[in-house]
Design a protein around this ligand. Structure first.
Ligand code: MEV
Length: 319
């Protein structure tokens, strides 16, 4: 249903890609993430009665949202409390192009879009800090104990250097990056993936600690490679990061298959992105033409969707 009334507000948010450092970031190590142009939109208008939500997964009162979406109702309620409008009736329509559970940060993007739409509806503009703390409610529900990197990347228009509890900074990337994203079509569960790393940590702390330290080193080297525009080095850093993600136990056969396919078709390096155990891979292409070839090869290798993204131009090609 898409009936629009007066007094309507729209909030938008883009998705994100983690270039390097996922999982280690939960343990306080630095990571690099960037905006990805797939977007979530929330369209809000006033109605009589309670708060209704319309989305591809659920339509009905927010008080009856399924468990896995409870984060979004807490985030909406918390935002309305903050805005002093808890007793208003609202119709909130979520329209998102970000596939769910694929490591692209769909839960944070939907929450940011809702919070922004509510702020606009009531004539308020939230600071980044306010947005961050309101969206954190939804993320805690979705991921357990999130590092906050998804929100930070989705609140930024540029690649970021992120470390939990520290000021996030914007990264200067010398050259355009051609990134190919391949979707396994299987939803990963970040909460489970983070818990698995914790279990592996508890059963073999030396091995997992070493991996986490190596990922932190990779993040530092990646920052330097981005600043210098050294794409060959960047590719090899993605490969090194993937090796560590395999040690952490968050890659799987489907992801490995797409990673190999991308490298066999000319990628400079590739790894999973986000929580893993399903979800997406990213591959670094030397140029746009090669990126589009890799994207097609990923589909042949079993990806259900693939995008080739040119960072400087912000252009997204879908295969
Ligand atoms: C999820 O996009 C990234 C993880 O590192 C979890 C987190 O940082 O909260 C796996």
């Amino acid at each position: 249903m898409s009936t629009f009334f007066e007094n309507q507000a729209i909030g938008e948010a883009h998705s994100k890609l983690i270039l390097v450092g996922e999982h280690a970031v939960v343990y306080g190590k630095p990571a690099i993430a960037m905006p990805f142009p797939l977007k979530a939109k929330a369209i809000v208008h006033r109605i009589d009665g309670s708060i209704m939500l319309e989305s591809s997964v659920y339509t009905g009162p927010i008080s009856c949202l399924p468990d896995k979406m409870k984060g979004i109702s807490s985030c909406i309620n918390k935002t309305l409390e903050y805005l002093n409008h808890t007793s208003d009736g609202l119709y909130i329509k979520i329209d998102s192009a970000i596939p769910l559970g694929r490591g692209l940060g769909s839960s944070a993007a939907v929450a940011i879009a809702c919070v922004r739409a509510l702020a606009y509806l009531y004539g308020k503009e939230f600071t980044q800090k306010e947005l961050f703390s309101l969206v954190h409610v939804a993320e805690t529900y979705a991921h357990g104990n999130p590092s906050g990197i998804d929100m930070a990347a989705e609140l930024s228009e540029n690649p970021i250097w992120f470390q939990k509890g520290q000021e996030t900074s914007t990264l200067n990337v010398k050259d355009n990056l051609y990134i190919v994203v391949g979707d396994t079509g299987r939803a990963g569960d970040t909460r489970t993936a983070v818990e698995n790393v914790r279990k592996n940590y508890d059963s073999d702390p030396m091995k997992i600690k070493e991996s986490i330290i190596e990922i932190a080193n990779i993040a530092i080297e990646t920052k330097a490679a981005l600043v210098r525009g050294d794409m060959y080095l960047l590719g090899s850093l993605l490969n090194r990061n993937q090796k560590e993600l395999m040690t952490l136990g968050v890659s799987d056969e489907g992801l490995n298959k797409l990673i190999e396919a991308s490298k066999n078709s000319g990628a400079l390096g590739a790894k999973l992105t986000g929580g893993g155990l399903g979800g997406c891979i990213i591959a670094l292409a030397p140029d746009l033409a090669k990126g589009r070839i890799i994207s097609k090869e990923l589909i042949k290798a079993g990806a259900v969707q693939s995008w080739c993204f040119s960072t400087a131009e912000g252009i997204l090609y879908e295969t």
